[in-house]
Write a protein that binds this ligand. Structure first.
Ligand SMILES: Cc1cc2nc3c(=O)[nH]c(=O)nc-3n(C[C@H](O)[C@H](O)[C@H](O)COP(=O)(O)O)c2cc1C
Length: 105
């Protein structure tokens, strides 16, 4: 069974909820998923077959903790399957309102 480490950052909890949902979905598909909060990580990426990183966007940026984690573990992360996702409200970014209207109205 593939071992997946899902590392997420969160400030107000939404990204944690999404991470838990993704982990639950992957477990139902037979993957062995470990969740780790980047603010107090307990697991090393070298012990896993694939890594998933998730972060909210604040002021157009990843949370610095996740960026720091990716930089710290860059060598390991680039040698394994790596998946990235973000939770955000695109409408808050520059040109975001027009972007959302053009796609969803
Ligand atoms: C102060 C603040 C700044 C934000 N900046 C952005 C942003 O620049 N772009 C964006 O798409 N979403 C932005 N968001 C929305 C958050 O990324 C979104 O609510 C996210 O799900 C929060 O995740 P969390 O609950 O795990 O912290 C911002 C939210 C807040 C409160």
């Amino acid at each position: 069974m593939s071992k997946i480490l899902l590392v997420y950052a969160t400030k107000s909890g939404s990204t944690q909820e999404i991470a838990e949902f993704i982990a639950s979905s992957l477990r139902q598909s037979g993957f062995d998923v470990t969740l780790d909060n980047v603010q107090s990580p307990n697991h090393h990426p070298s012990n896993y077959d694939a890594i998933i990183l998730g972060t909210p966007i604040y002021k157009g940026m990843w949370m610095p903790e996740l960026l720091g984690y990716a930089t710290l573990h860059e060598k390991v992360l680039t040698q394994k399957p790596l998946f990235l996702w973000m939770s955000c409200i695109r409408v808050l970014e520059v040109g975001g309102y027009e972007h959302v209207l053009s796609r969803w109205s």
